[in-house]
Design a protein around this ligand. Structure first.
Ligand code: SAM
Length: 343
């Protein structure tokens, strides 16, 4: 990796000798800030990339007419790149489009001979995040989804097929993801567990969701998984899509940020989760400060209200792009009370 650039080493934008197009383009490339890495948060914080001298130089560059460059195309390119570098330094809300890579531990589905050292392989998923517009929260990947993606193989260790009867061949687990956003959880289930997952969200989110399925198609295929996307609005749930039939699992990550969400999520879950002993609702939600902190408890009550019972629950700690970065998430695995009578 190249050494971080110091503001005193930046090309001077005043004087007799002004930097060429190539010098500016190379410098701007060196100033790119990579998206935060939640697997190694220490590497993303307090770096010299947040040097105010660099921000000052970028501001000078975008306000310059760049008269010494040869063509308008060169001027446009430098302005566009300098604006992106500035936006990267204005916090996650203002950040330009980015494609992040997430590394997920992947349980082997091939038995290992006794005595062979077991190394955990990793699956890399590429997730595109467009610039955040209006309140489209699903255009960003939330820290909870990385935690839930890593928890899934612990909750559902291999083999990941269900046998419907002795005579029938095992079939792939079928899952639905509610409020999938950029799709990390559903894509993790398809590519690390080999599930068939239908990832859903609001109409304005689904185009990018499908883009992320396409970006990871080879990885999903290599795991013998399957992923599709579609609209499923909790306020007007249309349950006619064939991928919503015969589900085994319903997934949801960070699906609560308004007081109406707990009831809506519980209602859609009750409509889509089949009433059998294998059916599970797997959810993880961050415990946020202030009034939003009540939402996980409200969801837990609503889920009980529709007839579900908690089978397993716990907390995970992780990272997100905001504030101090640290997050605490409450996760739960739910089944129907009528078939888990002992609870
Ligand atoms: C905070 S984001 C979490 C996205 C993703 N699950 C993650 O953890 O990265 C909440 C998601 O819920 C979706 N959502 C909100 N209201 C919804 C509704 N009425 N129907 C379906 N999805 C909804 C949003 O579009 C958004 O994608």
């Amino acid at each position: 990796m190249a050494a971080p650039i110091h503001h005193l080493d930046l090309p001077r934008l005043k004087g007799r000798v002004l930097p060429s197009f190539q010098t500016l383009a190379t410098t701007l490339e060196q100033l790119t800030i990579a998206p935060p890495d939640w697997s190694n948060p220490a590497a993303s914080s307090g770096s010299p990339e947040h040097d105010p001298g660099i921000t000052h130089w970028l501001t000078m560059l975008v306000s310059s007419d760049l008269h010494w460059l040869e063509t308008d195309e060169e001027r446009d390119e430098i302005l566009a790149e300098a604006s992106k570098r500035l936006a990267e330094r204005c916090g996650r809300s203002a950040a330009p489009a980015m494609t992040r890579t997430f590394s997920l531990p992947t349980p082997s589905r091939t038995p290992t001979p006794i005595g062979t050292p077991v190394e955990t392989p990793y699956t890399e998923l590429r997730i595109h995040e467009p610039p955040l517009t209006s309140d489209n929260l699903g255009l960003k990947t939330w820290g909870t989804s990385f935690l839930l993606a890593k928890r899934l193989p612990l909750l559902f260790p291999p083999p990941t097929t269900t046998r419907t009867s002795d005579s029938e061949p095992p079939r792939k687990i079928r899952a639905l993801e509610l409020g999938a956003g950029t799709g990390l959880v559903g894509l993790a289930a398809a590519s690390t567990l080999g599930w068939s997952v239908h990832l859903t969200d609001l109409p304005e989110i689904v185009t990018n969701l499908q883009k992320n399925i396409d970006l990871n198609e080879e990885t999903i295929h290599a795991a013998n998984g399957h992923a599709t996307s579609g609209i499923l609005d909790w306020t007007i749930p249309d349950l006619t899509h064939p991928s919503l039939r015969d589900l085994d699992i319903v997934l949801a990550s960070d699906c609560l940020y308004a007081s109406c969400h707990p009831a809506l999520v519980a209602h859609v879950t009750s409509l889509t989760l089949p009433r059998n002993a294998d059916a599970k609702f797997v959810v993880s939600v961050p415990v946020r400060p202030g009034g939003l902190g009540e939402l996980p408890g409200m969801l837990w009550s609503e889920l009980k209200g529709v007839g579900l019972v908690i089978l397993e629950e716990g907390e995970d700690l992780g990272w997100d792009d905001w504030g101090s970065g640290e997050i605490r998430c409450r996760w739960g695995v739910w089944g129907w009370k009528e078939v888990h009578a002992k609870n």
